[in-house]
Design a protein around this ligand. Structure first.
Ligand code: PEP
Ligand code: MN
Length: 370
């Protein structure tokens, strides 16, 4: 059961104290408090955990600090959508809104390589009106002898360049909690030149200690990739790990499933599940067409499979597109063959805009009809 307190309830107030006192005396019920920082106010949510069936909703609603009571299912307590749940979805970060209704593109390098390539990428983004990017510094690789990413050594110049080109958010995968400290230090040294969206890769979806560490901090939102070999419910529970530790600014990313049935694509594209995630949870949904498709193969209609997959996701209501680009894929240290080219950026963005308009038109059509 979830109790939503009146906005900006002060913990020292008599209303709060007497409400808490009542809740602490409920037999067999544990209390977990969760703070939601909105743009203008702080909302306190109190989760009652245990056998809540016998609790009287009206009695709880009558407690002085309580505004609303929601009966929630066991699954996805914080991030889920529950019956009569009118909680907002999404969050603000770096002056940008991330929710289930809007769309951002995170185009950039799979892996940071040279300052020249990073700068060329960021300049192209700025010239095309973009304020977000992806830049991999820590790369989890299947082969231990493959390039593992430049790690902390590249952070200072990557963040400085991001600031120089007006990039507000860099999606960056981390594979260990110590990488958060690296990012803190480099961002501080850069004078907070940009922001970071902490990415959890598909190989780490169920690295619970990493999830807890990212969940314990509130400085950076998180983008969780679905696990490529586990069920959707298992991946959504992984996202809930982040929220259960306190960080509910979580974006869920579809990136395809490992399956022979996806061949010759690298993974089986799973973007038809966007509406499911929106129905079950309040998370914005990201698609990664690059790691799903994994090739630059072109259909007879002249369009790359990656472009088709992107459009399919956007037309189904995706809220972020995470996509690999590279100024010179021959120099790319990771995933060069699937990268889009800088010369394709303008058309890529126009194509995304067409698909987005189609999504909005479809939404209007069906809301007018019924
Ligand atoms: C990536 O986005 O760079 C990446 C490694 O993705 P995934 O974890 O989905 O394979
Ligand atoms: Mn990659």
């Amino acid at each position: 059961m979830l109790l939503i307190l009146h906005p900006d309830t002060d913990e020292r107030s008599a209303a709060y104290q007497s409400t808490l006192k009542h809740l602490r005396h409920l037999p067999g019920i544990a209390i977990k408090r969760h703070l939601v920082q909105g743009q203008r106010q702080v909302l306190t949510e109190i989760y009652l955990i245990g056998d809540t069936h016998t609790l009287d909703r009206a009695e709880l609603e009558a407690l002085p600090a309580v505004e609303r009571v929601i009966r929630i299912s066991e699954e996805y307590r914080v991030l889920g959508r529950h019956r009569d749940d009118r909680r907002i979805n999404g969050f603000d970060y770096q002056g940008l809104r991330f929710d289930q209704d809007n769309l951002h593109v995170f185009a950039g390098l799979c892996a940071v390589d040279t300052p020249r390539n990073v700068e060329n990428m960021l300049r192209a983004l700025r010239d095309n009106g973009q304020v977000c990017t992806r830049m991999g510094a820590y790369k989890p690789r299947t082969n231990p002898y493959s390039f593992q990413g430049h790690g902390r050594s590249c952070l200072p110049w990557v963040f400085e360049l991001a600031g120089k080109y007006g990039i507000k958010v860099v999606a960056m995968e981390i594979t260990h909690e110590s990488h958060i400290d690296d990012i803190d230090a480099a961002l501080a040294a850069s004078g907070q030149a940009t922001g970071v969206l902490l990415q959890i890769g598909t190989r780490n979806t169920q690295n619970f200690e990493l999830l807890k560490a990212i969940g314990r901090q509130n400085r950076y939102p998180a983008l969780l990739k679905r696990g490529f070999g586990i069920t959707l419910a298992e991946s959504l529970n992984a996202a809930e790990y982040l929220a259960s530790e306190g960080n509910d600014r979580v974006i869920f990313c579809l990136r395809g499933m490992k399956s022979e049935f996806g061949a010759p694509h690298r993974n089986l594209v799973d973007f038809a599940q966007i509406p499911i995630i929106k129905r079950l949870t309040r998370m914005p949904v990201c698609i990664d067409p690059s790691h799903s498709v994994g090739t630059r193969d072109t259909a007879p209609d002249g369009m790359l499979d990656i472009l088709h997959a992107t459009a399919q996701g956007v037309v189904a209501g995706a809220n972020l597109v995470l996509v690999d680009f590279h100024p010179d894929p021959r120099e790319a240290l990771v995933d060069g063959p699937q990268a889009l080219l800088l010369g394709e950026l303008e058309h890529f963005l126009a194509d995304v805009a067409i698909a987005r308009e189609a999504y909005l038109a479809r939404r209007q059509l069906w809301s007018d009809a019924f």
